[in-house]
Every structure is written in structure tokens, then in C-alpha cells.
Design a protein. Structure first.
Length: 542
């Protein structure tokens, strides 16, 4: 008689016994985790390993390069767009892992809401501009990067400045930043002392152009021709990175600007071997300076109108506008300019606000009753102290010229450049980087190649927060200033080219054009030059 043997029902696969919803949630946390939970190890490895390797490569890159240098690479539009495509592929891969995990587990028709919701969350995160390294974040960054060279040179062509909403600062807009333990902070009265006052409708004399419009332009005064052509020199092979920063003083109430003045001209020079940084400010009222094409700037035409002036004489200046200004400034300083970048002050407040404000030390009282805020109100007053400034206040700090001098204003502008650099590098600005870059591209025009911006920002890792030395070429140390009765009523100054040549030789050594290619113009042997302004180690109220 045969004996029946009971073998039991067939063993069900682990995946069919475990919740598909739980598996989907686990794969949402990381691709393949849900498959591992379901016992599908091979599938888990296939889904997890590529993403894990990619993350490991990213971590190694961030650790080896540093956050600043890695972020700088993303400012190359081609790198950013490739990263955006890769990020989108990872998101699709991740979403597939969620759906496959749910399908492989035990699930009911109603539980489909779980993987759908998780995939939606994943997709929303990838298209949200504030998620760092998300596909949309990276794509927005790549698009914003391409706006820097927009071909718009406001010194020689019509520029639509748009409308700028100016907010009168209050105590909330200008506040002292947190002070380290043991340090002293400005008093609350000082912190809240920035104010706007005055009567609406007063005249705006902040658009003092370089020459009386009724006076016809004059051709350059004939004179010595340099024994070299600065436009033909290789500016990238001298051991220095020299960037000319130009501030365009345009009307910010909207409308078309046909010839903006370059009221701010600052050269930032970085020694690429040791990271030393020098900053040089050329006053806007500089006149009768030697020209890189030969001869001298005529009459009392000022340096701040030189870029627009070059448009009038294309036979003399074949590269008019800001390129010509870069050649001229490099010629005067004795070092070729590698790149230039102009900033339209009309968009300056938006840029500062995108950065969350900047921390600035105001060393001297500013009392400018005629400063125009653009909405009919006048007056800017700021006590000495350390402040966290919003965009409108930073613009007033940079632009205010009455109650101090153009030279004090140049020093303040140098301070702001350093403050902006520090603000850009703050980790909390990472998520907002596309908006910051977009704000920059709206106000910045530059010839700096986007694919080389890594060089510029990576170098900032070597730069101390405080420049090695700062110079403002003011009188009496660096220039001669005549009474208005002697200059047909114009406020002008004339550079001491001997002292400028000596300074160039002392800082740049054999890389100086004064040492390399002969005098520009003829100068005596090196002599003592005025110290940096402010002098290194000078005391500060902050």
C-alpha cells in the first residue's frame, strides 16, 4: 500500500510576501534599497552601483577640489549643461527604481498612490531651481552663465537700463553683522544712522559727464608714440591675472542710455605664484593722460569719458569702448589687462540683495544731503561702523560723492568688491547660485571666457580677504590738481606718470611694461613712491 507524503504548498518568493509600498519608499531613499528588501539582490546591485559610484566620484571631487573650485567649474556653461543632463538621467533612473520596487512587492491597486507620490516628489525636486545639483538648478546655471557676454557696451551703444525699484534703507536694512566674542560692535545709534532726507524733486547732479556737451570733441594731441603696441601683447603669459573692473554710472530711473561714463575704474592684480592681490583705482577726473595709440588725451576730456570718446575716432581706436579703456588703463599702469568686466550700477542693488546683503566697514562719516535715491528723496548719512547692507544701501555707499571725495568713494568701492567676493563664497548662497549668476549677468559685461572662469574663481582660494595693498591715484601723492579757474571751470587732475611708472616697476618687476618695453612715457630711475592707500596696517573703527 502506497503511503501518501504531504509536501506542503510551494514556497512563495520573498518579494511577493513583502510590501511593495515599503519597497518603493526604500528605493526612494536610495535606488536599489527596495529591491534588496524584497530579496532581489542582483537587481538591487544593478540599480544602486551606478548611482553609488557617481556619488563617490562627486564626493572625492568636492574633497580634492574644495567647494569653491568645484563650484567654479559649474560656472562653465558647457560643464553646467552636461551636469544638468547627467542629473536628469539620474532622476529617471531613481524613478525607475521606485516603480520597479513597488511592482515587485505585494501591492494592491490602491497602493499605487505611494510610488506615484514618491516619483512626483523626485521630479519636483529635480525641476526646483533651489535644489543644488538638481537638473533644473544646473540648467538655470548654464543659461545664466551665457549672459555675461551679452554684446552690450553701454559706453558706445544704447542700453535699456530698465526700471529699478529703490527702497529707502531703514534700521532693518542696515544692521551690524554678528560680532565675534570679545569684539565690540557699533552702537545701535550708529547702526541705524543711515537715512534718507531732503525734498523731492531736487536736481540729480550725479550724472556729471566727462565733458561739456556744447564743446566739440577734439582729436588727440600729437606726441610720442610708444615703441610697442599694447594691443598685440600676450597678457596671459606674465605671471599676473589683471582684471579691470568698470562701474558704469547711468541713470537708474529707466530709459535708454547712449553713452554711460566709466566713473569707477579699478584694476585687481593677482600674482598667480603667491596669491598677492593689489587694487588700483583710477579717478574719473584724470585728464591729459598719454594714450596707448600715441599722443595725449586733448583738453580737459576725462578718463571716465574715454571709452565713449574712442567711438568718435575709429581710425585711431579700432576697438572702441570698453576694450579700448582696458588697453588704456593697462598702458598707464604698465601691465596688460587680461580681462575686463563692467557693472551697470542700475542692477547693482538686485545683485547685492540676491547675495543676502554684504558686510562692510565704513571708516569715516558719510554725510551727503544731495544723494538721489531715484524716487525723489535725497540724502545719505552713515556713521563710522560695521554694517550689513542691502542692495540700495550698498549702492549709496559706493556712489555717494558729496560730503567726501571721489578718492574716498574709490576706496569704498574697493571695499565692496572684497565684500561681494566674500558673500558669493558663503555656503548659504549655494542653493541660490543660479539666481545670483543671473543677477550678475544682467549687470555685468565681460570678455572673460566662460570656460575659463574656473581659473578666476579657483584663484580666489589663494586670495586673502584683505588685499596686499590698495592704491587710489589721488592728489597730491599721485597727481596734480589745478584750481577750476585754471581749467575752464572743470575739476580735473593730471597723473604723475613718473611715480606711476616707479610703482609699476616695484610691484610687477620685469613684467612691467615700463621695464620690459621702455618708458611710457620717459621716466627717471626708480624713486620712492607714496605708500598704499590706506597704508597697510592702518587702524580701523571696525
Amino acid at each position: 500500500m502506497s503511503q501518501a507524503v504531504y509536501r506542503g504548498s510551494p514556497r512563495r518568493p520573498v518579494s511577493s510576501q513583502r510590501s511593495g509600498a515599503v519597497a518603493a519608499i526604500l528605493s526612494f531613499l536610495f535606488p536599489g534599497l527596495g529591491q534588496a528588501y524584497l530579496g532581489r539582490r542582483r537587481e538591487a546591485l544593478i540599480l544602486a552601483v551606478p548611482v553609488l559610484v557617481l556619488l563617490m566620484v562627486l564626493v572625492v571631487w568636492l574633497v580634492s577640489s574644495g567647494l569653491t573650485r568645484a563650484g567654479a567649474r559649474l560656472l562653465d556653461p558647457s560643464v553646467a549643461v552636461y551636469a544638468a543632463v547627467l542629473s536628469a538621467i539620474v532622476v529617471v533612473w531613481w524613478a525607475a527604481a521606485i516603480i520597479l520596487a513597488w511592482r515587485a512587492g505585494h501591492h494592491s491597486s490602491r497602493s499605487v498612490v505611494v510610488p506615484v507620490a514618491l516619483v512626483v516628489i523626485l521630479l519636483v525636486a529635480s525641476v526646483w531651481d533651489h535644489v543644488p545639483l538638481g537638473a533644473s538648478w544646473l540648467y538655470s546655471l548654464s543659461v545664466a552663465d551665457r549672459g555675461f557676454d551679452n554684446g552690450q557696451d553701454c559706453t558706445i551703444s544704447a542700453c535699456d537700463t530698465g526700471d529699478t525699484q529703490v527702497v529707502i534703507p531703514s534700521y532693518a536694512a542696515i544692521t551690524p553683522p554678528p560680532v565675534a566674542s570679545g569684539a565690540s560692535s557699533p552702537s545701535s545709534s550708529a547702526a541705524g544712522s543711515a537715512s534718507a532726507s531732503g525734498t523731492p524733486g531736487a536736481s540729480d547732479d550725479y550724472n556729471d559727464y566727462g565733458q561739456d556737451p556744447s564743446e566739440a570733441p577734439a582729436t588727440p594731441v600729437p606726441g610720442q608714440t610708444p615703441n610697442f603696441d599694447i594691443t598685440k601683447l600676450d597678457a596671459q603669459d606674465d605671471g599676473w591675472l589683471n582684471v579691470l573692473l568698470i562701474g558704469l554710472d547711468t541713470r537708474c530711473a529707466g530709459g535708454i542710455v547712449t553713452g554711460a561714463n566709466t566713473d569707477t575704474m579699478i584694476v585687481v592684480s593677482v600674482n598667480t605664484s603667491n596669491g598677492n592681490v593689489y587694487m588700483f583705482s583710477f579717478p574719473r577726473d584724470t585728464a591729459q593722460f598719454p594714450l596707448y595709440t600715441g599722443g595725449t588725451m586733448p583738453g580737459y576730456w576725462k578718463l571716465n569719458s574715454f571709452a565713449g570718446y574712442t567711438k568718435l575716432y575709429p581710425n585711431i581706436f579700432p576697438d572702441p569702448g570698453q576694450p579700448a579703456l582696458a588697453y588704456e588703463i593697462g598702458f598707464l599702469l604698465g601691465i596688460p589687462i587680461d580681462y575686463y568686466a563692467s557693472i551697470n550700477i542700475c542692477g547693482f542693488p538686485q545683485l547685492i540683495d540676491q547675495l543676502g546683503g554684504v558686510d562692510v566697514c565704513n571708516s569715516k562719516l558719510i554725510d551727503d544731503p544731495s544723494y538721489p535715491w531715484g524716487n525723489g528723496q535725497l540724502g545719505f548719512h552713515l556713521n563710522p561702523g560695521e554694517y550689513h547692507m542691502n542692495g540700495a544701501t550698498a549702492l549709496a555707499f559706493a556712489r555717494s560723492r558729496h560730503g567726501s571725495s571721489d578718492f574716498a568713494r574709490a576706496r569704498r568701492q574697493q571695499q565692496l568688491i572684497t565684500a561681494i567676493r566674500q558673500a558669493v563664497l558663503q555656503p548659504q548662497n549655494l542653493a541660490n547660485l543660479p539666481a545670483i549668476v543671473a543677477a550678475m549677468s544682467d549687470v555685468v559685461h565681460t570678455d572673460f571666457p566662460p570656460d575659463q572662469i574656473n581659473q578666476l574663481l579657483s584663484l580666489s582660494n589663494q586670495i586673502d580677504a584683505t588685499p596686499t595693498a590698495q592704491y587710489v591715484f589721488e592728489f597730491p601723492d599721485w597727481a596734480q590738481h589745478l584750481q577750476r579757474l585754471q581749467t575752464n571751470g572743470r575739476s580735473v587732475q593730471f597723473l604723475d606718470m613718473d611715480k606711476l611708472a616707479t610703482l609699476s616697476y616695484q610691484i610687477y618687476g620685469n613684467a612691467s611694461l615700463y621695464a620690459k618695453n621702455g618708458p611710457v612715457p620717459s621716466v627717471p630711475l626708480p624713486q620712492p613712491t607714496p605708500s598704499a592707500s590706506p597704508a597697510p596696517g592702518a587702524t580701523s573703527v571696525c
